[in-house]
Write a protein that binds this ligand. Structure first.
Ligand SMILES: [Zn+2]
Length: 89
């Protein structure tokens, strides 16, 4: 198993949001943690067993690693290394 598969197995998008201190509802959409839109009409959703996210306001979409990059303002390599560290890998 690659590091990336391992990270995705351990972290859902919801887990990544929690690392940033953001709690998301178990069901339905939420305000977008990336663009900040959607406080009146929630536009950010998590799909596919927590492995995909999409915002209908800013059109950002991806997996837990790209969500980590967006929230913590880092590149892919840094995100993988941070998440590995957090998972104790
Ligand atoms: Zn957004």
């Amino acid at each position: 198993m690659t590091d990336i598969q391992d990270i995705k197995r351990r972290f859902s998008c919801k887990d990544v949001l929690k690392l940033k201190g953001i709690d998301t509802p178990a069901k339905g959409n939420a305000p977008c943690p990336i663009c900040g839109h959607g406080t009146s009409t929630p536009c950010f959703g998590i799909y596919g067993n927590g492995q995909r996210y999409k915002c209908f306001s800013c059109n950002s979409a991806g997996d837990p690693i790209s969500l980590y990059q967006a929230l913590f303002q880092c590149n892919f390599k840094q995100a993988v290394s941070d998440l590995k560290g957090r998972a104790g890998l």
